[in-house]
Design a protein around this ligand. Structure first.
Ligand SMILES: Cc1cc2nc3c(=O)[nH]c(=O)nc-3n(C[C@H](O)[C@H](O)[C@H](O)COP(=O)(O)OP(=O)(O)OC[C@H]3O[C@@H](n4cnc5c(N)ncnc54)[C@H](O)[C@@H]3O)c2cc1C
Length: 420
């Protein structure tokens, strides 16, 4: 049996249940689709895929290819929409099965529906690879997802499944499908800048995790440091690898558990797990909300006005705009990363100080973030704007207070704006 494994946000061999499932075939084709729509400007002017995530994704693909080759496999990269690309590969190879990771957001779910509809005689299976838990193991039905994170966490900690043992890297893989020149990389080689502190790929993610936990032991003070505006070791910086699937969240949790067993357990070690539960909550929240994840209750189903978008872009750089906003913009656009505190500050400033539709800010983040994750990004923006999972109806961060609390000497603003 020939199986096509469509890789999406699961760019790893370790703890990869989709790869495990696909490997039951006798012949396997591992396919990654680069969708040209990622690079087209969306309704708000920014393309979904910005320069930082694109470079990171490309590095992740090259690393994955090397890992697959070490097991006698290969990676087929196509420049096409998935709705066209996957059926084309399936037909060219006469494949009988397609395996992919279960998507979290509505667009990706629709793509999967189109693919399965165009392959009525092919077995199409989705496998959970992004989350800590399987839907069947949640202590509630998805339709009854708790409306707040706290209730979700309590339910998981009281009667959830507990940490799941991650799968090991497979010792071998099925033979690769015949090379029918399906790979399109030579037709459109990578173009973009690679200079970043975050380097894509599973090996770099594993190394980074080991450094944070075992070498630097920065996890021991995570709870006290995590709110810093901009300090490399203040938080784990695992997000780009988690978002691309180069690292499995279950592996990170297993490593935290191992650290607690071998070294010590304290509030900080628990808090890193706690934050991974936030991530988990937003993954399920995104599935539960469907298209509502992208909607504003005041403007249901309506796109943002383009005047709002150009005003927003002007506001970001206007010298009268608060210095923290301008500094945060510079960091985000230049590096692709912001601390959680700076993301909260910028989101709050956009919604409450600038009075912009939160969806403009969310689209801006989507383009520039190296660690963009649809559920975490849109879920957090809704949370701050008070239109999502927030019982308190929005979160306002007073800019002057944040500045005096988190950047009293002005070091952050100076670093990113280059002025005293
Ligand atoms: C407006 C806004 C937009 C955001 N957009 C994204 C996004 O697109 N992608 C993304 O991964 N995170 C997003 N976050 C969450 C959070 O800011 C980042 O995960 C975190 O800053 C990444 O740095 P870290 O890996 O050092 O995090 P750490 O503090 O070390 O946390 C460890 C991991 O827990 C998860 N996590 C932590 N906080 C959150 C949170 N509030 N929500 C969901 N997951 C969390 C992440 O996977 C993170 O890597 C957003 C937050 C806000 C306020």
């Amino acid at each position: 049996m020939t199986t096509v494994y469509w890789l999406t946000r699961d760019l790893r061999l370790d703890d990869n249940p989709a790869l495990y499932e696909a490997s039951k075939a006798s012949t396997l084709a591992c396919v990654f689709i680069i969708d040209p729509r990622w690079f087209e400007p969306g309704s708000y002017g920014w393309s979904p895929m910005g320069p930082h995530r694109w470079a990171f994704t490309w590095q992740s693909l090259m690393a994955l290819e090397a890992s697959l080759q070490a097991l006698g496999q290969r990676l087929i990269v196509r420049w096409q929409t998935p709705e066209d690309g996957i059926p084309e590969v399936v037909r060219a190879l006469g494949a009988e099965r397609v395996v992919a990771s279960r998507p979290t957001a509505v667009d990706e779910s629709r793509q999967w529906q189109l693919i399965t509809a165009s392959l009525p005689d092919v077995q199409c299976d989705l496998v959970e690879t992004l989350t800590l838990f399987d839907e069947a193991d949640l202590p509630f039905e998805l339709e009854a997802l708790p409306t707040t994170f706290s209730a979700f966490r309590r339910a998981i900690e009281k009667s959830g499944p507990g940490p799941v043992n991650p799968l090991m890297i497979p010792a071998s893989l099925p033979a690769p499908a015949p090379d029918l020149s399906l790979d399109q990389r030579l037709q459109r080689p990578f173009s973009g800048s690679m200079a970043s502190r975050f380097v894509g790929g599973e090996a770099c993610g594993v190394k980074h995790l080991a450094g944070y936990l075992w070498e630097d032991r920065s996890i021991l003070t995570y709870k006290e440091t995590r709110n810093a505006l901009d300090d490399w070791s203040a938080s784990s910086k695992l997000s780009p690898w988690l978002a691309s699937g180069a690292l499995s969240a279950r592996r990170v949790v297993a490593q935290i558990g191992q650290f607690e067993w071998d070294v010590t357990r304290n509030e900080s070690t628990y808090w890193l797990y706690f934050e991974l539960l936030w991530r988990e909550y937003f993954q399920w929240y995104s599935r539960y909300r469907g298209s509502l994840l992208f909607n504003s209750p005041e403007h249901p189903g309506q796109p943002v006005s383009l005047i709002g978008v150009s005003d927003f872009k002007r506001w970001l750089v206007d010298p009268t705009t608060h210095i923290l906003v301008r500094a945060g913009r510079a960091q985000l656009e230049n590096t692709g990363y912001l601390s959680n505190r700076m993301r909260q500050i910028l989101a709050s400033a956009c919604v409450y100080d600038g009075q912009f539709d939160w969806r403009i800010g969310a689209a801006w983040f989507e383009h520039f973030l190296v660690d963009y994750d649809v559920a975490s990004n849109y879920g957090n923006w809704q949370y701050i704007a008070g239109v999502g999972a927030d019982p308190r109806g929005g979160r306002v961060f007073k800019l002057d207070k944040q500045l005096s609390q988190f950047d009293p000497e002005g070091a952050y603003c100076q670093r990113w704006l280059g002025q005293p």
